[in-house]
Ligand binder design. Structure first.
Ligand SMILES: Nc1nc2c(c(=O)[nH]1)N[C@H]1C(S)=C(S)[C@@H](COP(=O)(O)OP(=O)(O)OC[C@H]3O[C@@H](n4cnc5c(=O)[nH]c(N)nc54)[C@H](O)[C@@H]3O)O[C@H]1N2
Ligand SMILES: Nc1nc2c(c(=O)[nH]1)N[C@H]1C(S)=C(S)[C@@H](COP(=O)(O)OP(=O)(O)OC[C@H]3O[C@@H](n4cnc5c(=O)[nH]c(N)nc54)[C@H](O)[C@@H]3O)O[C@H]1N2
Ligand code: SF4
Ligand SMILES: [Mo]
Length: 756
């Protein structure tokens, strides 16, 4: 008989409540949970379509080994793990920990067991080759927080519930549903701001789905740091800032004032495309509105100076009197005693500290234990001590998501051992020696551990698995424990200690599992039972059984968190770190007349990065990958709507259809990433689309992006994926008529109507 189970979605950050209908261990359907106190019956098309992913006939359900002919064949877990652990141990014994590497992709963060076990294993192993999607996403946030607060994991989030003036710079929450903030029903949250008489301003090169609903200010890509410096200039110049208060809360104010002095809005206007009076008015409004915040995301992460830009976002909030204040940019509170001491201690651990290690290739700093993924390929192909020889990739598709996928794909083909942990055959693991099948989110229990401090309304939810693992799928942490056991016998004393800990737990009947870790965090943290000290407090069991729809911990974020966050001397925010100041010299790139246009990224409502192009529900309406460009730029190049265009940068070339639209700043071209399914993966739907003559399986935008260490952002090794100089031309006149009609259908049906 069919049964309904309460759970939550773990695709993106709002973590919306879901009701799963299950029969005989099979997932029949998903619908939004009307009783989840935050998402209240909302879910997006990706969340609903996940049934098709769990049950996808293309899913990898058994361990696969690549044979001499290059084909995958099914093997037993025993055979796969026996061979993998033997080869891994041999490589480790011969070349040490620095021959072993791991890349974990975005979905890893959405599984407490996966991300924590991978981090624990790799840290204890001591390899510098730890990579993640972070250097294409959010590592600049950690680096900025390191410099400002001495605390890389502190991330301010806008107080959506109470803000009256929200400036969104380089984020599109109506489509992305919010990032580096967990705020279910974000569209409604934003609309509520205007309903209560406030204002939302979107500063973005494209009139995005969010910008269409609120006020839009276009900007030249990758000039946000200049805009933010000009805002500071006006705040100091017009004496809007409360300097005495600033002095009490921060160090380095004189330096920042001095720097801002050089960036009057009159001098930056031409570069940002925003006139001086608009900037002056914006600065005044940010200071005079009692509850105001600026919030930036991927658009401010991926420029040439992402760390500096992100630090400036916080500094603008601070100077305007909006940081750590009600209705401003606030910090979530984990409620864990001793957090500050813990972070201070971690800052002295080389594996964790900023630049505690630098990459062998490019000498780029690590941040929270991870190195820039852009250098992964060269770390595999460059001989010498520390060469990466055994590579694990879990929940990632870096051949599409990291710059220069062709280079990476070739490098992966040559490493001694390449093991993928995934639910699919994708473009990356096409070259793997083994693909190990893992569970999807609904086949495991979980707690939203990594997102605890990011909820705009403090919230906790935990879930049991709603169905057993399909086929022979296993959870990542279970696989990692086997690797731990294998390396415990080689030259890895700390891994050995972890193995003993695991063994001990098993022996006393209390194995160390993700659930146990979650229970610990829940009990110690805000609202927890502190092991009996707080009578009505939570633990994992009470959270799952008494509050299956989740529990709101507090109605609002609490101001005044900085004292518990900042680890710098005197608990003062540091505004003048020399590393940040040095980034100012990178603000003005030299223009190259051969590449006059600027490339930006964008996300689509029915895609999640590269991995949801195989669900029929999400592909409806003849969806295709397309670039967006302004009519003026199209006319100048004699390009018509729907035509196939060639997009070239200094680093590569791709072809795809174009949509000509006024909703973008002239001189800018927007292209979604995560496409470029070329038949090497096992995604039948996505690859069938690729075989169509229009190339509608899409193109890999990251072929246009440089993986050269000298082109990476310097403080967090961020890939430079926005504002990239490009040129565009018509590819073939002959397909014009054919493609125009199809792209138009896509434009009306999926780009506009599907926003929910
Ligand atoms: N539907 C859907 N939702 C998703 C995802 C998805 O793939 N699909 N991915 C998830 C992931 S992994 C993440 S990290 C989040 C990201 O969440 P967001 O950051 O909110 O999403 P993006 O669409 O990347 O928004 C970036 C915006 O920055 C703008 N932009 C680009 N360059 C610049 C610039 O130089 N300056 C300024 N001011 N703006 C710029 C782009 O036009 C775009 O509108 O979304 C998550 N949610
Ligand atoms: N040009 C450009 N490039 C970008 C971006 C951009 O804005 N522009 N955005 C960047 C960002 S923000 C991100 S987060 C990255 C994403 O980059 P990645 O994380 O490398 O790639 P995804 O496409 O998210 O691939 C996720 C993989 O995980 C698998 N998977 C899904 N669920 C699970 C699971 O539970 N367990 C396991 N083991 N596997 C699972 C999927 O099958 C898929 O193969 O892309 C980055 N790349
Ligand atoms: S917005 Fe969609 S994909 Fe993201 S958590 Fe909610 S239902 Fe899942
Ligand atoms: Mo991301």
């Amino acid at each position: 008989m069919a049964q309904e189970k309460t759970t939550y979605c773990r695709i993106c950050e709002p973590l919306c409540g879901m009701i799963a209908t299950v029969e005989d261990g099979e997932l029949l359907s998903l619908r939004p949970d009307p009783h989840n106190p935050l998402s209240k019956g909302f879910a997006c098309p990706k969340g609903i379509a996940f049934t098709e992913i769990v049950n996808d006939p293309d899913r990898v359900l058994h361990p696969l080994r690549r044979n001499a002919q290059g084909e995958f064949e099914q093997v037993s877990w025993e055979t796969a793990m026996g061979d993998i652990t033997r080869r891994l141990a041999a490589i480790h014994r011969r070349d040490g920990a620095s021959a072993v590497g791991w890349y974990f992709g975005n979905p890893a963060t959405f599984s407490a067991g996966h991300v924590m076990w991978a981090a624990m294993f790799l840290n204890l192993l001591g390899t510098p080759h730890v990579y993640s999607a972070g250097s294409q996403d959010v590592n600049q946030r950690f680096a900025a927080s390191h410099f400002l607060y001495g605390n890389p994991v502190a991330a301010p989030i806008p107080d959506i519930n109470r803000v009256q003036f929200l400036v969104i710079i380089g984020a599109n929450p109506v489509v992305s549903h919010g990032s580096v903030m967990s705020s279910p029903r974000i569209r409604e949250g934003l609309t509520a701001i205007t309903k209560r008489g406030g204002r939302v301003l979107v500063i973005d090169p494209r009139r995005t789905e969010t910008a269409r609903e609120f006020d839009w200010q276009p900007i030249v890509p990758d000039t946000d740091a200049l805009l933010l410096l000009s805002l500071l200039h006006v705040m100091f110049d017009e004496q809007l800032a409360d300097e005495r208060r600033l002095d009490a809360r921060s160090t380095g104010l004189a330096t920042i004032k001095d720097v801002a002095q050089r960036y009057s809005p009159e001098t930056t206007a031409e570069r940002t495309g925003i006139d001086a009076e608009t900037v002056r008015a914006l600065a005044r409004e940010l200071v005079s509105t009692e509850r105001a915040a600026v919030y930036g995301r991927v658009g401010t992460s991926l420029g040439r100076t992402g760390t500096l830009t992100t630090a400036l976002l916080d500094i603008v909030n601070l100077v305007a009197g909006n940081l750590d204040e009600v209705g401003g940019s606030m910090f979530g509170d984990l409620g864990i005693p001793g957090q500050r001491l813990g972070v201070t201690a971690l800052q002295h651990v080389p594996n964790f500290a900023w630049a505690g290690r630098r990459s062998r290739i490019g000498s780029l700093p690590q941040i929270i234990g991870t190195a820039p993924a852009s250098v992964m390929a060269k770390e595999m192909t460059t001989p010498g001590p520390g060469q990466l020889k055994a590579m694990f990739i879990s929940a990632g598709n870096p051949v599409l998501s990291v710059p220069n996928g062709a280079e990476l794909s070739a490098a992966l083909d040559d490493v001694e051992l390449f093991v993928s942990l995934d639910i699919y055959q994708n473009e990356t693991n096409a070259n793997a020696d083994y693909i190990l099948p893992t569970t999807t989110m609904y086949e495991r229990s979980d707690f939203l551990l990594p997102f605890q401090a990011l909820f705009t309304t403090p919230f906790k939810q935990a879930t049991d698995a709603v169905i057993p693992p399909r086929g022979e799928a296993r959870e990542e942490w279970v696989i990692i424990n086997e690797l731990v056991a294998a390396l415990a016998t080689t030259r890895a004393p700390l891994v050995g200690a972890l193995h003993l800990w695991n063994r001990l737990g098993e022996r006393i009947g209390k194995p160390w599992t993700p659930d146990r870790l979650s229970d610990l965090v829940i009990r110690i943290g805000a609202g927890g039972d502190r092991f009996g000290l707080r009578k009505a407090g939570l633990n994992l069991r009470t959270l799952t059984t008494k509050f299956p729809h989740g529990k709101i911990i507090a109605d609002h974020l609490t101001p005044g968190q900085l004292g518990g966050i900042v680890t710098h001397r005197g608990r003062k925010i540091r505004l003048d770190a020399p590393e940040l100041i040095a980034e100012l010299e990178r603000l003005d790139p030299t223009a190259d007349p051969a590449y006059p246009l600027r490339l930006i990224g964008m996300r689509e409502i029915r895609s999640e990065n590269s991995w949801q192009h195989n669900a029929p529900m999400l592909l409806r309406g003849g969806r295709t990958h397309a670039a967006r460009m302004h009519p003026l730029d199209a006319q100048a190049r004699d390009i018509a709507e729907g035509e196939l265009i060639s997009v070239r940068s200094r680093h590569g070339q791709i072809a795809l259809p174009v949509m000509v639209t006024d909703d973008i700043k002239p001189g800018v071209v927007a292209i979604p990433h995560g496409w470029g399914h070329n038949g090497t993966g096992g995604w039948t739907q996505a690859n069938t689309a690729a075989e169509n003559d229009l190339g509608t399986g899409g193109a890999n935008i990251n072929a246009l992006i440089s993986s050269d260490p000298k082109d990476l952002e310097r403080l967090a090794g961020m890939a430079n994926m926005t504002g990239v100089p490009i040129e565009v031309e018509a590819l073939e006149q002959s397909v014009r008529a054919q493609s125009a009609s199809q792209t138009e259908a896509f434009a009306t049906r999926s780009d506009r109507a599907q926003i929910s």
